[in-house]
Design a protein around this ligand. Structure first.
Ligand SMILES: [Fe+2]
Length: 435
């Protein structure tokens, strides 16, 4: 026993050899490497009671096309130039997380899905094509993994790395998750050199499993794996969570949305990119969360055309102020590339009238997809036909409508406001005061 305690350079839990691939323990347990980048990227090692490929001969089956998760493979089509507001999905039959997975939007490297599971899984799952990022809109339970369990509840992100064996055990009550697939790389924490590594969240906010729940059990344990639209089932005679220890940095984890501490600005408007939490190849995930309102800057979104990304927002909780009452919790907006959007008329009217709230009481999860991106037939069936009309007041309200006098009024106002300054500006030197 050492006199002092030490950290090692790599996280580890349970029984592990002195180093990967080394030591006499390897003649008593079975080491498995989970390696990214052709074994040159992120890596973890798990130590098993039984060989990880002890599947039963003659029991491996390719599942019939379209049978396992039919809505996950919903046909895709070009998005076109129309904004969509997707209603909450109501499954027609009780399904588990994966059998009920439904594709909404996708590009070549990332996808957004929704699932509303009502059953726990009676099998294990491995996604061999993507790392999964879950956002738990409603519900909770336990994500059981090779590395140990992770408890989760509404408002949590769960990152499930590609290839990790896992299953979802649901708590009581209704469940509704948005699920993002990252097909060519893992989500990376977003941070800017100018604002440091603790805004809008810190790596210390991640919760990695640490409580191994080792199962020394015999039986028939089914694992379903997914590669693209192909699903394969294999059966093992021992429980896949027969892990006595692990070491590495390729791990599942949880991030609670309440630990996102947003960037705010008194005298300007933080753009959506300032709220980015995760960056994926061809996609970024942002969190718009409870925050103080800009004091002197523009505090509603500016009208904008996102010229390279299709924007989606899942509305999780709160008032969704800028959306003018169009969205209720659980709905998703899909705004195609290039088509302008911004505040809805009631929100812009509040800004123009100076009716500024103290705080934004909202939580929305934005996922933007590099173009070309497509929308699924299933999503189109959830799309409200009246969404484009939700901006109709811009064409009909006298405040926004054409007026013969408009140009003259704006020129006059511009003259009057030309010398206006921010109230929060530095105190001017004595010789400039009173000028
Ligand atoms: Fe937008």
């Amino acid at each position: 026993m050492d006199k002092y305690e030490y950290f090692t350079g790599i996280p580890e839990v349970g029984i592990v050899p002195r180093a990967p691939h080394a030591g006499p323990l390897l003649r008593h347990v079975y080491e498995q490497e989970h390696g990214r980048g052709g074994f040159s990227g992120k890596v973890s090692h798990t130590y098993h009671l039984y060989p990880p490929n002890n599947w039963l001969p003659d029991e491996t089956r390719q599942l019939p096309a379209g049978a396992f998760a039919p809505d996950w493979d919903s046909p895709m089509q070009p998005l076109g130039g129309i904004h969509h507001a997707l209603e909450v999905m109501a499954p027609t039959a009780p399904r588990d997380v994966y059998r009920g997975m439904a594709r909404l939007v996708a590009n070549a490297t990332a996808a957004m899905n929704v699932t509303a599971p009502r059953l726990s899984m009676d099998y294990f799952f491995e996604h061999h094509s993507a790392t999964l990022v879950y956002f738990i809109h409603r519900g909770g339970g336990t994500l059981e993994t090779t590395f140990g369990p992770v408890a989760y509840r509404a408002g949590d992100f769960l990152v499930v790395p590609k290839g990790i064996t896992h299953r979802f055990e649901l708590a009581a009550g209704s469940q509704y998750y948005w699920v993002y697939e990252s097909l060519t790389g893992d989500p990376e924490k977003a941070e800017a050199p100018t604002t440091g590594q603790f805004i809008p969240h810190s790596r210390s906010d991640y919760r990695f499993p640490r409580s191994l729940d080792t199962r020394n059990e015999a039986g028939r344990f089914e694992i379903v794996s997914k590669v693209g639209g192909a699903y394969t089932r294999r059966v093992h005679p021992t429980h896949p969570f027969d892990v006595v220890g692990w070491r590495g940095t390729y791990l599942p984890y949880r991030l609670a949305v309440e630990d996102v501490r947003p960037l705010v600005a008194d005298r300007s408007h933080v753009p959506p990119s300032g709220h980015t939490v995760f960056i994926l190849p061809g996609c970024y995930l942002c969190v718009f969360t409870v925050r103080s309102v800009e004091k002197e800057g523009m505090w509603v979104p500016f009208f904008h055309k996102n010229l390279d990304y299709v924007e989606t927002i899942g509305y999780h909780a709160g008032e969704f102020f800028s959306r003018g009452g169009v969205f209720r919790a659980g709905m998703v907006s899909v705004h195609p590339v290039g088509l302008p959007h911004g505040p809805h008329p009631p929100a812009l009217s509040a800004f123009l009238d100076g009716r500024r709230p103290e705080t934004f009481d909202e939580v929305g999860i934005m996922a933007d997809f590099a173009t070309p991106a497509e929308i699924s037939e299933l999503a189109l069936r959830l799309s409200r036909p009246d969404y484009m009309a939700s901006w109709a007041a811009y064409a009909s309200d006298p405040r926004f409508r054409f007026a013969e006098t408009r140009l003259r009024e704006v020129r006059h106002l511009a003259d009057r406001l030309a010398q206006e300054r921010d109230g929060l500006r530095p105190i001017p030197p004595d010789h400039e005061r009173g000028q």
